[in-house]
Design a protein around this ligand. Sequence first.
Ligand SMILES: NC(=O)C1=CN([C@@H]2O[C@H](COP(=O)(O)OP(=O)(O)OC[C@H]3O[C@@H](n4cnc5c(N)ncnc54)[C@H](O)[C@@H]3O)[C@@H](O)[C@H]2O)C=CC1
Ligand SMILES: CC(=O)[C@](C)(O)C(=O)O
Ligand SMILES: [Mg+2]
Ligand SMILES: [Mg+2]
Length: 354
Amino acid sequence: MAQLNFGGTEENVVTRDEFPLSKAQEVLRNETVAVIGYGVQGPGQALNQKDNGINVIVGQRKNSKSWDKAVSDGFVPGETLFEIEEALEKGTIICYLLSDAAQIELWPTVQKHLTPGKALYFSHGFGITFKEQTGILPPAGVDVFLVAPKGSGTSLRRMFLQGRGLNSSFAIFQDATGKAWERVVALGIAVGSGYLFETDFKKEVYSDLTGERGTLMGCIQGIFAAQYDVLRSKGHTPSEAFNETVEELTQSLMPLVAENGMDWMYANCSTTAQRGALDWWKKFRDATKPVFEELYESVATGKESQRSIDSNSQPDYREKLNAELKELRDSELWQAGKTVRSLRPENQAIESIS
Ligand SMILES: NC(=O)C1=CN([C@@H]2O[C@H](COP(=O)(O)OP(=O)(O)OC[C@H]3O[C@@H](n4cnc5c(N)ncnc54)[C@H](O)[C@@H]3O)[C@@H](O)[C@H]2O)C=CC1
Ligand SMILES: CC(=O)[C@](C)(O)C(=O)O
Ligand SMILES: [Mg+2]
Ligand SMILES: [Mg+2]
């Protein structure tokens, strides 16, 4: 493993140079990788592995949209696509990619098929870390590890097709065969990771739950809404408020941050903007830090995982979720966004062709 300096701290990473695809193919040569669940991560990870020459099968409930999607993605019923139990039986590595709440329900079935020497693979530290809540306690004879792509399964697939790679963390919870390290790293490369960084199950789930509730998803929507509302209340039009809150960020400024860091994005803006941003960022940090402290505490005490399990195991959770997503979509902010997006020249070109 390479040791790299991350802002002054040495950390272990595995790169594609060190562990190329050919090595991953060699390690996984005699394995059958069974991807259980074909929702968001399932397709990304299964298709990338298939395209990378890994022997991968999919386990999914028949008569479901996901089953039909697997078929249209090229998985063949009876050959590479099976009912869940059949795939569990055939797989030597079980990639457990049901939603975290659904993993609890199917666990007794999965457990039956975890014979010695097999491996149980997760893409989240959730089930194992919150075992008191999930009841997921793997038997001693199997390897248990995770590869957690740091992004949506949709991006994992898209970036793979573009010849890029999303980075992932990896962790080993149980090494029963003595081969857990090479198995998990090979899988990490095979699913299309750009590189892998080391963590453990608890750190993965604590940071992941914090990130998605925080800056990645929850906090960013909150901050957008707050600024948008203030601009609107001061008489700015929806298009102006949306452009100054979201569109400029996603289209112009964040790509610069992604490329070369915050200071570089700042340096490519006016000195007026730089002066103001440098003056104001610490105030925003100080205002939000207590909320992040509260959030981390809520993750660490198991409150967030319990809430997620409770709400996602309701029979009508899909309808409720869709209603909440619709509320967001129907808000003035995101309705304004829809019009703004339609005005992007590349989208107009698509509309005029179709
Ligand atoms: N969505 C994402 O991009 C990311 C997900 N993860 C993790 O990957 C894992 C999988 O997550 P997603 O792909 O989002 O899952 P998902 O919510 O898309 O569900 C996956 C599949 O589970 C099946 N399913 C649901 N309930 C079931 C049940 N009771 N019995 C049998 N099948 C059932 C669905 O048909 C679906 O095909 C989770 O541990 C998640 O935390 C990690 C990184 C990103
Ligand atoms: C995409 C991702 O990594 C998230 C936000 O943590 C998730 O979907 O759970
Ligand atoms: Mg994540
Ligand atoms: Mg997550």
